[in-house]
Write a protein that binds this ligand. Sequence first.
Ligand SMILES: Nc1ncnc2c1ncn2[C@@H]1O[C@H](COP(=O)(O)OP(=O)(O)OP(=O)(O)O)[C@@H](O)[C@H]1O
Ligand code: SF4
Ligand SMILES: [Mg+2]
Length: 345
Amino acid sequence: MSTTPLLSVRDLTMTFPGRGPRAARVRAVDGVSFDIAPGETLGLVGESGCGKSTTGRMIVRLLEPTSGSVTYDGRDITRLPQRALKPLRRELQMVFQDPHSSLNPRRTVARIISDPLLVHGSSAAEARRRAAELMELVGLIPEHLDRHPHEFSGGQAQRIGIARALATGPRLVVADEPVSALDVSVQAQIVNLMERLQAELGLAYLFVAHDLSVVKRVCDRVAVMYLGRIVEIGPKDRVYGDPAHPYTRALLSAVPLPDPAAERARERIVLAGDPPSPAAPPPGCTFHPRCPKARDVCRKEPPPLRITAAGEAREVACHFPETGPAPGDGARGQDASGGSGRDTP
Ligand SMILES: Nc1ncnc2c1ncn2[C@@H]1O[C@H](COP(=O)(O)OP(=O)(O)OP(=O)(O)O)[C@@H](O)[C@H]1O
Ligand code: SF4
Ligand SMILES: [Mg+2]
């Protein structure tokens, strides 16, 4: 995209101290880089524990990165002291997974939504007026401002969480699994709301989720994470339509297809075991112990994230990226390197 990015993340890493006296350090995020353009949605997907939330929290500075940089609107904000961060907090907001546990149960909705405005200098009357407007904007009844969070359903509570995030007029919202805790029927309503708000307000989203169908619907581009690294990133149509990384193909092959005949015919790639611990990542390509295509070089050399052909917008971190339709489209993918799949160890 030719526009100047609203957000640029470069080589972001987060190493947590191990839990327990002799525990190994946990490399939760290991060299993550991406851009988000104004008004764009980048989806971030991957199995539990791959580092999605840690990445999101570093961007909004809820966590201090171990190394790497976060540039917002052309300004490096990685090490800004809290005082200097205050004006940026208006522009960079977060929506959390569990709406009820992220809203203070003792406060009224009016307090919850207007708090960020009071922090940024609005008068009490102005903040309340704005809170009522925000209630309406997210599809809630402004007369319910004096209720407490437990008086709302999960979907309504998430609307309150969204209203709170929007109070200060952000340009980028990091939404960390914003619909995962909700009933399926309610998920669609919240996704619709987020799409409408994006169109009306020109918001950019980092949309974190493990549900690939939800991400497909909302995102312009998608990044697939595995064990703290991005293994594939690119325009939605490329990554979903022609996944190049064996891990992306496996994830996509597990997404149910609406057409029962296509569902029966499709090739399903079952991954062996769970992801390894980020406290002891495997050498070489960290996906190699689970990869159906792993060869000797994979066990030794970490594959860099790179484009696979001139003019290609999608990058992939694999020594033997695949090309061809997505698994489930009825055709088998081909090996771009001309190789013949897994070698015998
Ligand atoms: N404060 C912490 N201290 C130590 N380890 C942590 C801490 N926070 C996260 N981790 C570890 O870092 C890794 C990445 O965690 P993270 O929460 O970012 O993953 P995630 O992709 O968001 O997972 P999920 O889909 O379950 O939300 C995990 O192995 C997790 O156990
Ligand atoms: S580099 Fe090798 S092990 Fe890693 S994903 Fe590619 S083929 Fe599989
Ligand atoms: Mg998470």
